[in-house]
Design a protein around this ligand. Structure first.
Ligand SMILES: CC(C)(COP(=O)(O)OP(=O)(O)OC[C@H]1O[C@@H](n2cnc3c(N)ncnc32)[C@H](O)[C@@H]1OP(=O)(O)O)[C@@H](O)C(=O)NCCC(=O)NCCS
Length: 183
């Protein structure tokens, strides 16, 4: 599977990608809202392998793609849509970028392409995303995408010595069509 946007290529992961992922997985800006304290080479290899394994599922239900800058061929993150099972009409959106590539609008561009794939190719009825409430970059991204806050789960995660609130965002197929029509 391959998706292209104005500035990005979204392509399938390959095993050698672990190096590019490892290059940012220990950046404190990246780690801030995950329960991970540190990422080893083994952790990152397993992380990439999970996305490769998803490619072999039949029928496939999880689509986590590498975000690549076409000119340099540099992997700068990943974005994906994950159905919980084959019959599901709802799926979860997830994404991450190398912090050295933040603030270029790349996450917005990649996530928009993934929403388009979710609603127009997979024909899903609903897409959801969960985000730690303090993760303001991610919250802002979800709002720019046009997703609506549907829930606020108080202190439902515990890591790094404290409780964290989670926000649940959602978008329905109608809302996607309305967004596309209004652009
Ligand atoms: C969440 C995350 C992907 C957001 O990355 P990001 O670079 O801030 O995302 P965006 O694509 O929205 O870009 C943000 C900024 O780029 C700027 N920008 C620069 N050039 C741009 C362009 N050509 N087009 C659009 N925006 C552009 C915008 O001003 C925008 O800032 P704004 O939201 O204040 O308007 C990133 O913070 C991340 O990887 N975090 C760690 C992992 C993580 O938390 N993942 C999510 C778990 S829920």
């Amino acid at each position: 599977m391959l998706l292209q946007t104005e500035r990005l290529v979204l392509r399938e992961f390959v095993p050698e990608d672990w190096r590019a992922v490892y290059a940012y997985h220990n950046d404190p800006r990246y780690l801030e809202f995950y329960d991970w304290e540190h990422r080893s080479e083994q952790d990152v290899k397993a992380f990439v392998q999970r996305f490769i394994d998803q490619q072999q599922e039949s029928p496939r239900i999880k689509f986590q793609l590498a975000i690549v800058l076409p000119n340099s061929n540099k992997l700068i993150g990943n974005v994906g849509i994950r159905k919980p099972n084959v019959k599901a009409y709802s799926a979860e959106l997830g994404y991450e970028l190398d912090p050295r590539e933040w603030n270029n609008g790349y996450a917005t561009e990649a996530a928009t392409a993934m929403l388009k794939f979710a609603f127009e190719q997979l024909r899903l009825h609903r897409v959801v995303a969960r985000v730690i409430a303090n993760n303001s970059n991610s919250v802002r991204l979800l709002e720019k995408l046009g997703m609506r806050q549907e829930g606020h789960l108080r202190e439902d995660e515990f890591f790094k010595g404290r409780y964290w609130d989670t926000l649940v965002y959602g978008m329905l197929e109608d809302e996607w069509r309305w967004k596309v029509a209004s652009e």
